[in-house]
Write a protein that binds this ligand. Structure first.
Ligand code: NDP
Ligand code: OXD
Length: 316
């Protein structure tokens, strides 16, 4: 077993965006030169590979007989077919400060643009209209986040510091300073009824697929807004369009949809009250991600618990 700071020589394979892969290669060379870092498909003998970081595993995963840990290069792991992965193989999601910082920026930008009526002013500018809308204090705009994991906690800390009253909903009960914490299905209606801006930051699982639907929108205050940065599969897109057209929802900021990319001509492309971005709310940042992965390799080699270990039966 290795000590807390030393890493034993081994083979590590990266299988995702090759441009960022080259950045990972340089960082490994600098920070852990004893590791044989390879970018898929140049894996050498797959049986010798001890660690794999991937968005999707290779089709011949069974050939990686010595694999000890599979790292997701993203925070989400819903792209993996958990049934198809060997039961003994630990799957670890990405927990690193770069991805957290990006998400804080995106959700703060979205919440502030909703709060300060940015969409209405963009329309007014196009129509050459000079009209002031009433400026409301942040303290009168209640924000609620579905999910209370690593990303929501950082997002809520930032939104709370701007003066928004903050709440979150999760599966199990938590106690977070400055956040009204709701847990479980029975608490969902009460949580929704106080969300002027609802942010979805849940993992996609059997329990959360389709959660952003007509019934949920009905429980939000009239004229609420949605910021969706989870996964396309959380959202019933036709129900969102209906809720927008009925005025139940005032606007939506969507970073994810299903399928991605959205097909040409889809109503969400052109809806006047939808802001759509191409799944860029946040991205894993090589400089901080490689350091986080190396810290996990040290934990693994020292027999300590891994940060971000997925609990297969929960699906996240
Ligand atoms: P975590 O695993 O840290 O947290 C998951 C949270 O969701 C937990 O609070 C958990 O509750 C809660 N949850 C899970 N299932 C349920 C359920 N059935 N009912 C209520 N709450 C539930 O995840 P992260 O915060 O790191 O990431 C969240 C998601 O963000 C990712 O899975 C991914 O889909 C998305 N993402 C999107 C990105 C983008 O660019 N658009 C970038 C990165 C991530 P509990 O605390 O009780 O366990
Ligand atoms: C992620 C993502 O899960 O980029 O990291 O969506």
């Amino acid at each position: 077993m290795a000590g807390p700071d030393e890493l034993t020589p081994c083979t590590f394979v990266y299988k995702a965006d090759p441009v960022r892969g080259e950045e990972w290669r340089q960082l490994f060379a600098e920070l852990a030169p004893q590791i044989d870092f390879r970018i898929w498909p140049d894996v050498g003998d797959p049986a010798q590979v001890r660690y794999l970081a991937a968005w999707l595993p290779p089709d011949d995963l069974h050939a990686y007989a010595g694999l000890e840990v599979l790292f997701s290069v993203g925070a989400g792991i819903d792209q993996f077919d958990l049934e198809a992965l060997p039961a003994r193989l630990p799957l670890v999601r990405m927990v690193e400060p770069g991805i957290v910082g990006g998400m804080v920026e995106y959700v703060t930008l979205a919440a502030l643009s909703i709060h300060r009526e940015w969409q209405a002013y963009a329309a007014q500018q196009r129509a050459e209209v000079w009209r002031a809308l009433r400026v409301r204090p942040a303290s009168s705009r209640r924000v609620g986040v579905l999910g209370l994991g690593v990303l929501p906690r950082a997002v809520l800390a930032q939104l709370g510091s701007l003066g928004f009253p903050c709440a979150a909903w999760s599966r199990s009960q938590h106690d977070v300073d400055g956040v009204d914490c709701y847990a479980g299905a029975a608490a969902l209606p009460g949580f929704l009824s106080r969300c002027d801006i609802l942010v979805c930051l849940l993992p996609l699982t059997d329990d959360t697929r389709g959660i952003l639907n007509r019934e949920l929108f009905r429980q939000l205050p009239q004229g609420a807004a949605l910021v969706h940065v989870g996964r396309g599969g959380h959202l019933v897109q036709d129900d969102l369009l209906a809720a927008l057209d009925e005025g139940r929802l005032a606007q939506a900021v969507l970073d994810v949809c299903e399928p991605e990319p959205l097909p040409p001509g889809h109503a969400l492309w052109r809806h006047p009250r939808v802001m759509l971005t191409p799944h860029i709310a946040s991205m894993t940042q090589p400089a901080s991600a490689v350091r986080a992965v190396l810290a996990n390799l040290r934990r693994h080699q020292a027999g300590q618990p891994l940060e971000g270990l997925v609990e297969r039966q929960r699906g996240y």
